[in-house]
Design a protein around this ligand. Sequence first.
Ligand SMILES: Cc1ncc(COP(=O)(O)O)c(C=O)c1O
Length: 418
Amino acid sequence: MNKKIIYLDYAATTPVDAEVLKAMLPYFSEKFGNASSLHILGREASVAVANARKSVANFFNADENEIIFTSGATESNNLAIKGVLRAYFKNRKNTEKKPHIITTVFEHSCVLKTCQKMEKEGIAEVTYLPVYADGIIKIADLEKALKENTLLISIMYVNNEIGTVQPILQIGKMLAKINSERTEKIIFHTDATQAIAYFDTNVKKSGVDLLSMSAHKIYGPKGVGALYVKKSTKIAQVQDGGEQEFTLRSGTLNSSGIIGLGKAIELLGKNKQKESKKIQNLRDYLIKKVLKEIPKAQLNGSRVKRSPNNANFSFSDVEGESLLLQLDMEGLACSTGSACSSGSLNPSHVLLALGMEPEQAHSSLRITLGKYVTKKDLDVFVAKLKRILIDLRKISGKLLAEYYAKKNKQTNLKNYGK
Ligand SMILES: Cc1ncc(COP(=O)(O)O)c(C=O)c1O
């Protein structure tokens, strides 16, 4: 990584681990075969893909034929939701009631937009569960939302912006009980993209039917991910073509990417607890320091039920984008919201969902930590942040004073002679 940059945006993406890169490299050059080809080069790639599948399956305590490789979590989430709906309609008449999906208001845009589209096209009805100021849904809301025609529940494990953790294990248990009394089982999907590095993703324990993940959040390459599909889950392909991935996902396998994913998840499995503890200590150090040393700073979302790597703050009287740009000029890379929507000037839908005012949501900063961050990096970050905030607040204070002076003058002029 560029030594001059202090990278604090690990929820957006992570650098590829040197061991991962080493494992991938031969599959770009001398071992370039198509994993579906029958000759030696194809078989070589196919064996390596099978090993990667084994590593991913082991990590989730799943079977190898329950792992579908995709291009990342966006595709996994699309396949999970659209695939379940497609399978449902394959066996039904149009006259039957629309299937019902339950999700939350603060999902990643790839889940939210998929659900909104399904709703708009009249394919499904959708309930969006609220989240509260702590950034966590309530099981009671979920229970209340259940209907006779509920087909799918899709709830993210860890929110990508504020890092809050949803009660996935509890939901799994609750659903197992409910499903034992239903003929049409409710399918449970979780987007675990931001969770797998820190939380329990043993699918046998959580009881999820579908789980999405992405390699580039765990020191693997971009453009590759997986969807865990529990055996017997009714799901159909959404992309027509070859018969790869047990006919669920057509397209030539990204063998080098898949091998990278396999290596990344293997390394994660070995170091998960140790890394997680180390990163959590750094996060706690950062949160304490920011809240102590910076006036008018607020931590967004629950203090405790959050990812070990996430700290999301609001700093009143400043604009998040300006703050971000100033930090960038000082060699500090962080983010205002999710990387996918940070080009947008709309306030974050996640922060608004917590009940924040748009101005407050606009003043937020997401700092996400990873394995290469040090305490010294955080000291440098806080020192620079403090200085930048003083300058920005001076400007915003001046602008506000000018604004009110102008407003008062106009009011005085309007009132003149009355
Ligand atoms: C929670 C969550 N879901 C889905 C995605 C999309 O992942 P990908 O970049 O692999 O498509 C991201 C990426 O930021 C994410 O954080």
